[in-house]
Design a protein around this ligand. Structure first.
Ligand code: SF4
Ligand code: SF4
Ligand code: SF4
Length: 224
């Protein structure tokens, strides 16, 4: 089993629902986005030079098979599970941020502020909360916490706390274009493997040798 994701860029309508759902379900503080949707070829949303050049590219952790972030972590906080998912143990992370420098996709975020300070600063209501309500442990490591921990690095965790229960990740469920799919990349008959094969799936920055488990299907209107 190799857990993977396929994002169909032809179907992505650029609504950013996946980014918002990710933020909400993972209780990310202000300023932190584990999932961003960018408009290649333009520095502004919806303003590519010509309509045929316009497409949207959601970017989050690519769950690399050959992950530089895992290699540089001095305390083994960033690690890879048997199914290829790259996770962070928040109890081991010492906040050195080597992994942020090592990641060629720029998807890691540093948590500068405690949840309590963030809530006070933004004047959230008392007891305001969002996200999955419980901490989640995998391999006896704390890989999800609804209460953000100050001084650690965070990123997309492939929603392991949902996938473990047989549910799709929050971004997959939120996508109105049905552009996002998860499945087993080791199984040649899985839907994701078929999509990659039949629709010329590709990975980002192949020249970096990271071998991501996140694949993209090209938008028909533009070669990527
Ligand atoms: S995308 Fe970055 S954070 Fe994610 S596994 Fe690859 S190197 Fe690590
Ligand atoms: S910031 Fe945390 S996860 Fe990143 S390399 Fe340092 S200890 Fe490891
Ligand atoms: S899989 Fe979960 S953590 Fe990763 S981008 Fe989707 S919603 Fe965010």
């Amino acid at each position: 089993m190799r857990r993977g994701m396929v994002i169909d860029l032809e179907k992505c309508i650029g609504c950013r629902s996946c980014a918002v759902a990710c933020k909400q379900h993972n209780a990310q503080p202000a300023g932190s986005w584990w999932n961003r949707v960018v408009t290649p070829g333009s520095d502004r949303h919806l303003t590519a030079s010509t309509p045929e050049n316009l497409y949207f590219l959601p970017i989050h952790c690519q769950h690399c098979n050959n992950a530089p972030c895992v290699k540089v972590c001095p305390v083994g906080a960033t690690y890879q599970t048997d199914d290829g998912t790259v996770l962070i143990d928040f109890e081991r992370c010492i906040g050195c941020r080597y992994c942020m420098a090592a990641c060629p996709y720029g998807v890691r975020q540093f948590n500068w502020e405690s949840s309590k300070d963030g809530m006070q600063r933004y004047e959230y209501q008392n007891n305001y909360t969002y996200g999955y309500p419980e901490p989640f442990r995998l391999d006896n490591r704390l890989v999800y916490s609804p209460v953000r921990i100050k001084g650690v690095v965070e990123k997309c965790n492939f929603c392991v706390h949902y996938q473990d229960q047989g549910l799709d990740p929050a971004c997959v469920r939120a996508c109105p274009g049905k552009a996002r799919h998860v499945g087993d990349l080791d199984d040649p008959d899985s839907r994701v493997s078929e999509m990659i094969r039949q629709m010329n799936g590709f990975t980002l920055l192949p020249e970096k040798g990271t071998r991501p488990n996140v694949y993209y299907l090209p938008p028909k209107r533009k070669e990527v």
